[in-house]
Design a protein around this ligand. Sequence first.
Ligand SMILES: [Zn+2]
Length: 233
Amino acid sequence: MQPNHNLRLKVGFSNRKDGDLRSGALRNEFLRRTFGFEGEKLVTAQQVHGDGVAVVSARSRGKRVAKTDGLAYRASTATPIALGVRVADCAPILLVDEKSHVIAAVHAGWRGTLGGISMRAVDVMESLGAKRGQIRAVIGPHIKDCCYDVPPGRADAFVHAYPQVPSLIVKKGGKQYLSLIRALVHQLQLAGIKKDRIKDVSRCTASHNDEYFSYRADTQNSYGEQMGFIGYA
Ligand SMILES: [Zn+2]
């Protein structure tokens, strides 16, 4: 991007009061308010609980990229754009290297986290010109270890993958609760992001179900999805 460009980096997370952003109209309303444009400049991912990160371009705007859970973009021109991921208990991760103008948005549930999607996003950002030491990451609202009980097999898989992470699994009342955030912060550090550049702005979506949509805490009738966005506007 040209040094004299007039676009600014924008980052935003919606919550329940913004409505279920699976609705195009509500998504447009949120984008208009926070980015000043609508869905025709938004790139989304199909989100298949995988660990793929796709490189997108200005031509991807207005589209949903198939078979991916992560999106990465390098701003080489002053093109307004937003990358967005939908979540309701899974973690939305937004990344940026402001100097290289490289951004990424990642949907990380337990499968994607175990598959290392956050580290893959950093690899892809580097391939686009980002420097690991310059990347900042912000992790938005997702389910926390107060509420996220998981089956023994899943708990074991995480402990086996990251035996060095303390309190990855919390045991309570015969159940095992997974701390996605501890796994994610560990992975982002493994990927070369400095700890003070990783920010967890999240609250537990299930504990604060009045503020956030939660796959676990909502009923079929009350369920919806919030989104995390990063882009230039
Ligand atoms: Zn909770």
